[in-house]
Design a protein around this ligand. Structure first.
Ligand code: GTP
Ligand code: MG
Ligand code: ZN
Length: 258
């Protein structure tokens, strides 16, 4: 991605000549989220469903890792509360609230939880992210009373992305929300393997006290992350994906030094 390019969320200096506006420069950015490409982001709402489309914890964790890396606050939103199983929703809630993430449960159809979601928007630039079909556009549409393009999941067309571009919408209370297209693949951020646990809020504090300074929290002795896992303070699901991502980063690092 070209940093000199203008992205949604950029603050730009423009000059006018007749009817035309010319962008003269881009103000220094607080941050730049790579995927989806949005500048000056305060928080990202990671939207998921449980079955429509199927819950994908790997996808959610990849997104959250990227957000931690960019120092953007991640919030989990479990949508389609009107049709999804209550117990399954609770399970996902417990995983991510234990990890330290704020969570909201919503239905864009009945309006359930939209007031709580709306409170998060105040004075902030908020990006909606998540798989295609989870209801990002519909949530924003329902909250704002506008009609953004939403796609019909029942058509069952794989790889269809209803929202084609990133758009910023002004919300009441001086905020902006960005609707973004769901994408099917998200690469892990480019970091060394031992840095991965620092992008897990619930690992971070324990990882600082491990016996080995470059502990990978796999099988090492006196590993405080493993101890927290055994005490049930770190969820098995999050740890399982951590090991998988660690493998991916280790393989990437190995190839780089070959
Ligand atoms: N039952 C139910 N259906 C919903 C809800 N939110 C969205 N939908 C439906 O889910 C489908 C996908 O919604 P979209 O808002 O287009 O999903 P999206 O996340 O914007 O998808 P992309 O733009 O492809 O990334 C549509 O058929 C919506 O009507 C909800 O809370 N409950
Ligand atoms: Mg959309
Ligand atoms: Zn450790």
């Amino acid at each position: 991605m070209d940093d000199a390019q203008v992205h949604a969320g950029d603050i730009v200096r423009v000059s006018r000549s007749g009817d035309a506006c010319v962008i003269e420069g881009i103000a220094e950015r607080k941050n730049l989220l790579r995927r989806p490409p949005v500048a000056n982001v305060d928080q990202a709402i990671v939207v998921t469903a449980i079955t429509q489309p199927p819950l994908d914890l790997v996808y959610i964790d990849r997104l959250l890792i990227q957000l931690e890396y960019e120092e953007i606050q991640g919030v989990l939103c479990i949508n389609k509360q009107d049709v999804e199983d209550e117990e399954e929703i609770s399970k996902v809630l417990s995983i991510y609230s234990a990890a330290g993430y704020q969570c909201v449960v919503t239905s864009a159809v009945t309006g359930y939880g939209l007031d709580k979601l709306g409170e998060l928007f105040r004075g902030k630039v908020t990006v909606f992210a998540g798989q295609s079909g989870v209801g990002k556009s519909k949530l924003i549409s329902a909250f704002m009373g506008v009609n953004l393009l939403t796609g019909d999941l029942s058509q069952g067309v794989r790889g269809r992305h209803t929202t084609k571009w990133v758009s910023l919408i002004r919300t009441p209370g001086d905020g902006y929300v960005a609707d973004t297209p769901g994408f099917s693949r998200l690469d892990l951020v480019d970091i060394e393997p031992y840095g991965l646990s620092l992008l897990y809020p619930e690992f971070r504090e324990h990882a600082m006290s491990c016996h080995f300074p470059r502990c990978l929290h796999k099988t090492e002795t006196r590993c405080m992350v493993l101890e927290a896992l055994n005490r049930g303070e770190i969820s098995q699901e999050r740890y399982h994906n951590y090991l998988m991502f660690l493998e991916e980063l280790t393989e990437r690092a190995r190839r780089r030094y070959e």
